[in-house]
Design a protein around this ligand. Sequence first.
Ligand code: FES
Length: 115
Amino acid sequence: MPAQPPWLDLCAADALDPAAPLRVEQAGTAYAVFLLDGAVHVTQDGCTHGPGSLAEGYVDGQEIECPFHQGRFHIPTGRPTAPPCTIPLRTWPARVIAGRVCIDPAASTPPAGAA
Ligand code: FES
C-alpha cells in the first residue's frame, strides 16, 4: 500500500454489493461504503437527521434513502436531496488499492469539526 497519504483500510472491494451499502467501523468512526456504477464512495454511516444507519438504507440510483424517516442524500457528494434531511453527510475520497477500499481519513468533505 502506498505510504502517502496515510490510507485507512476499510474493507475488501469484492465485499461490496451495489444494492446494499456496507457498514464499516474503523478508528471510532462508522462509515457506509457504496459501490455505484463500479465506483466506490464512502460517507458517514449515521444519518445527519437522527439515529438512522445509512448502510441499512435503500439505494436508488445515486441516492441513499435513510430507513428511519426516508430522508435522502446524494451519495457521491453527501448533499441532502429530500426532507427531513438538511445537513450534508461527511464524505471521503475513496480508492481501491490492492483489492482493498481505502480512504484518506483526513480528507473528508466537509472537514472534521466543520459545522
Ligand atoms: S434519521 Fe435519517 S431521515 Fe431521520
